[in-house]
Design a protein around this ligand. Structure first.
Ligand code: LMR
Length: 345
């Protein structure tokens, strides 16, 4: 080939590759080009770590359904469950880099940005779902989500799951002293570390999607989680005992990349906020019901011995955890804690 022809061909190929790169780059972010109905053509990536049919998976699907329907298909929401795209170890960084636009980690996983996000781990803080939702809907609850904004994170909502319980492979846990010497996986955080110290147990943080294997290999003796996760992760295949301790909650912080969010037009922000509200409503309707259902299925499978705490046993847990409750209630923003306790009067 003559030199002139080959350089023209080379230039054409370079232009083609460049156009592919530019169009590919635009995929993560909202296009400024609005479609005829005012919504940009865009794809939102939403990553989470649990199963599709868990409450969080179902809320994510509801969000997708509402957004795609109301935007007449201009906006596509691609949901990646089970840590397929990002997991505990890398999802926050991916969010801040806008490689994923929305995630919904358990709130303590956001405590590196603001330690108040860990408050859901204060033992026995919330009496029941009504108390929890009243707090989350209050101005103080909403302000808690706003605390993340300095770190480039837009808090969209709290999403519910359930109260947490302890499973292990060694023995039935009826009272705190039964936990002595056990190594228990948590989702991390100082409050849970303090709690397990009180029990004379060791706690260790392991990414959610690695827990089953750690239990199977015996790297850890047990873990704490809500009933839908215990069920959907098939922990009963590798754990002989479940104790219904109800000691803390699994709540999620539904969060978006703030720069991406801020660039959306008002109409799109409203659509996404409405979809979040619908998904949250669905979550609140199903979370408690799904926990009860999961427990029934675990019991029916009969692989794990389930222990329901008597009042006396429960009181022993409250008693041993009182120093942790007192310490962290003082350490957290006192206004937040007072607000939650006031709602219980
Ligand atoms: C965990 O890490 O134990 C859970 O909070 C995971 C989840 O998102 O439910």
């Amino acid at each position: 080939m003559k030199k002139g022809k080959s350089s023209t061909l080379l230039a054409a190929m370079c232009l083609f590759v460049l156009s592919l790169i530019i169009s590919g780059c635009g995929k993560n972010t909202a296009s400024t080009e609005a479609s005829s109905n005012g919504y940009p053509k865009m794809t939102i990536k939403f990553a989470h770590v649990v199963a599709e049919d868990d409450p969080k998976g179902q809320m994510a699907e509801k969000f997708k359904e509402v957004v795609e329907d109301k935007s007449d298909g201009n906006i596509t929401v691609k949901v990646y469950p089970n840590g397929q795209l990002y997991g505990d170890d890398n999802e926050l960084q991916a969010l801040q880099s806008n490689n994923v636009q929305i995630i919904a980690p358990q709130t303590t996983k956001l405590a590196g940005f603001d330690e108040s996000m860990e408050l859901f781990d204060i033992p026995f803080l919330f009496k029941d779902e009504d108390n929890l939702y009243e707090f989350e809907d209050s101005e103080i609850g909403k302000d808690l989500l706003k605390k993340l904004e300095g770190d480039g994170i837009k808090g969209l909502a709290f999403w519910p799951n359930g109260f947490k319980h302890i499973t292990n492979s060694e023995r039935e846990i009826k009272e705190p002293s039964d936990l002595k010497g056990l190594k228990i996986r948590t989702h991390g955080g100082e409050i849970l570390n303090d709690s397990y110290k009180q029990f004379g147990a060791a706690s260790t943080k392991i990414a959610f999607n690695d827990v089953y294997q750690a239990l199977q290999l015996g790297t850890i003796d047990g873990q704490e989680n809500n009933l839908t996760n215990i069920k959907s992760q098939s922990y009963d295949e590798v754990q002989g005992y479940l104790s219904l301790t109800n000691h803390t909650r699994t709540e999620y912080g539904l969060v978006a990349n703030k720069g991406w969010w801020d660039d959306l037009n008002d109409q799109t922000k409203k659509l996404l906020s409405d979809a979040v509200d619908e998904a949250t409503k669905k979550g609140r309707e199903l979370a408690k019901k799904e926990s009860e259902e999961a427990l029934k299925e675990i019991e029916a499978a009969g692989k794990m011995k389930v222990h329901k705490m008597t009042e006396e046993e429960h009181d022993k847990f409250v008693q041993i955890l009182q120093p942790v409750i007192d310490k962290w209630s003082k350490k957290m923003d006192p206004e937040i804690i007072e607000n939650i306790l006031d709602m219980q009067k």
